[in-house]
Write a protein that binds this ligand. Structure first.
Ligand code: CA
Length: 506
């Protein structure tokens, strides 16, 4: 079936296929004969027998080359497959990958081979659910679902869940075009659903870079995503490169952290963690240099040690440079924390905040922990100094805490004040807590770059510590709206949305 469309001077084609045409679809997608604006459209049905195949074409910014479902959600890919995208302006839209698995290491790969990558390409409105190679279950063999190469690629409005085999859901590689950095990928408005504990490393949901490329900037953005019961391992997002942004994501009952594992100058802003006191729920773990961590809200997080609500780790080595020889300071190790801001975060009923966790004798330097709001009304204190050498390298000031009454907590930089967070009286019983009484404080300057709070309101009234100004009480957190996240047509998603939305709105 071949329908020719005319659009001004440009001639674009629609090619329509059914499940019996897998051989023809593969031939056309890999032929490099598709032109800007062409669309390869699949009719409803389950498509199998793919094996390895390529989507190679050159679209333009106004006229991408599209591979899509006629009816989103009605086209299912199953069985062994490996899709390689390369070229420019490719668009994948509306497919469900279910009980499919990778013929080689990756289900979907944004390159053909080293240096031949996809650019300005996008996967949107797709589902990858329960895709596990039956031969790999229970083994240590791994496979990745999506591997991003190239630059300016985007994954948005997709749903991912039930990955059981080891391997990453989205892995970013820093090897664009023979260079190794500046990817500018964007991953937004996705729903990352259930992933059971692997009980081993290598089950991250999202990893940006590798240790070997960690000193280079990726400049990728992970924003407005939901991570729901992502329990594969203790790093839900593992940042292993520089100058990335992780913001406005919701981590709901997820037993994993944002870990700034390698690389520098990353931004972690306005994320919401709701642990609901499930065992081993975690927050943010900080290693390396130049990070800014602010406006994050963490509630009912139970993890301790390296899995605490906030961890500032000891270093084993200095920041590697070409002068000091990377090989003498192994990139897989832990490097000194330097020049990090942790400001305007709120911690409600979190088990622990850890300063100086882990092995190593390189204490943090020039870390500012300021203007944070900490409430754990059942304990004497939830702040742990695992290694006294962290002071004065960690400078604490203008933090406000509310701990159990009748105890004598005293720590420089923390002002004790009676304030109460309470569960909302209406709606679901496990929602975001509300601060009942205003905490007016003398806050420190020096954070002018934090111009808004976690609800997106301007910080005009600069007297309230924590992620949300008191004057913003009643406003919604500036995290993704559930209706705007993932494909709207996927049923498991809708069920979860109705449930969680009740719990994340004031
Ligand atoms: Ca890991």
């Amino acid at each position: 079936l071949h329908i020719v469309l005319f659009s001004g001077m440009l001639q674009a084609s629609d090619y329509a296929f059914g499940p019996e045409h897998v051989v023809q679809i593969k031939q056309l997608l890999g032929s490099n004969e598709l032109r800007p604006g062409d669309r390869v459209v699949l009719e409803d049905g389950t498509y199998t027998g793919w094996e390895q195949f390529d989507f190679y074409a050159h679209g333009t910014s106004g006229l991408p080359v599209t591979f899509k479902a006629r009816n989103p959600g009605k086209v299912v890919f199953s069985g062994a497959m490996g899709l390689r995208l390369y070229g420019e302006h490719l668009l994948l839209d509306g497919f469900v990958f279910r009980e499919a698995w990778a013929v080689r290491g990756n289900l979907i790969d944004f390159r053909k081979e080293a240096g031949i990558c996809a650019y300005y390409s996008r996967i949107t409105n797709c589902v990858i659910d329960n895709c596990n190679d039956p031969a790999k279950e229970g083994s240590t063999s791994s496979e990745n679902w999506i591997v991003l190469h190239g630059t300016y690629n985007r994954i948005d409005h997709c749903y991912f869940a039930r990955k059981q085999v080891a391997g990453i859901i989205v892995q970013v590689w820093l090897d664009a075009n023979g260079e190794r950095y500046n990817n500018y990928h964007r991953i937004d408005h996705n729903f990352f659903g259930e992933r059971a504990p692997l009980n081993a490393n290598g089950a991250e949901i999202f990893r940006i870079g590798h240790s070997w490329s960690s000193q280079f900037p990726s400049c990728s953005i992970v924003e407005d995503n939901v991570f729901y019961h992502c329990d594969g391992e203790n790093e839900t997002i593992s940042v292993k490169s520089c100058r990335n942004v992780v913001r406005r994501n919701l981590f709901y009952e997820t037993r994993g952290s944002i870990t700034l594992r390698h690389g520098h100058d990353n931004l972690v802003e306005s994320n919401v963690f709701i642990g609901n006191n499930l065992k081993n729920t975690m927050g943010i773990r900080i290693i390396n240099q130049g990070h800014k961590v602010y406006n994050n809200y963490l509630q009912d997080i139970t993890g301790t040690g390296s899995n605490a609500a906030m961890v500032v780790r000891m270093g084993v080595y200095e920041k590697p440079t070409s002068e000091t020889d990377l090989k003498k300071e192994p990139l897989v190790s832990y490097h000194r924390v330097v020049d990090v801001d942790i400001a305007y975060n709120t911690f409600v009923n979190c088990a622990l905040i850890e300063f100086g966790q882990g092995c190593g004798d390189k204490e943090p330097r020039n870390v500012r922990f300021a203007n944070n709001l900490i409430s754990s009304s059942d304990v004497e204190s939830n702040i742990t100094v695992s290694n006294p050498a962290v002071f004065p390298g960690i400078k604490c000031f203008n933090n406000y805490v509310s701990f159990r009454e009748g105890t004598d907590f005293s720590m420089e930089g923390f002002t004790r004040m009676p304030f109460v967070f309470e569960k909302p009286a209406t709606g679901a019983s496990r929602g975001i807590y509300r601060l009942r009484n205003e905490v007016r404080a003398e806050l420190a300057g020096g954070f002018d770059y934090i111009s808004m709070d976690a609800t997106g309101s301007p910080r005009t009234d600069n007297v309230t510590p924590g992620a949300v100004q008191f004057s913003s009480q009643g406003k919604r957190f500036n995290i993704v709206r559930f209706d705007d996240c993932g494909p709207g047509w996927y049923e498991p998603l809708k069920k979860d949305f109705e449930d969680i939305t009740q719990k994340t709105t004031f």
